[in-house]
Design a protein. Sequence first.
Length: 188
Amino acid sequence: MQDSSDITRLLQRWSAGDTAAFDQLIPLVYERMRQLAHNRLRRESDGSLDTTALVHEAYLRLVDAPQRHLVNRGHFLALASRVMRNLLVDHARARQAAKRGDGITAVELHEEAWIADADLDMVVDLDRALARLEQLEERQSRILEQRYFGGMTLEEIAAALDISLATVKRDLRSARAWLVSEMARDAA
């Protein structure tokens, strides 16, 4: 990835409303966004959403997003994680609706990584659980979102949320325990 000071400078310009800065930023962070998407999709198979499609859809949503105050690369990756979460959930819901026969036709995109049909319910269930967790512990919800949907490292999450690595680890343990319990309760 490019020098973080270049990225930070471009993020600050974009946050201030300079749309040309966003166009300069994307080539610098594209490969990292692709890694985030690939990390999220790599274990899945036999689906219809690939890494490139996810990154390109995220790009389109980021371009149209209201201006946000992004001070560094970590904040940008956190925003990208949120966008990818929304895209994956939207995709899962559309695929579920198509499976129920409401007339939506899934478009097959081809590349090396896929989201499996079997995991569609899990993506939607996870999104619902994260929304509930957000009401209880917003920071823990953000940590899970950035880790699961964004594939961010613990260090990147700490930087994005401006908290210590130890806090990220502690909150992640707690959030995972809550999530396991919540998902088991939902399944019962």
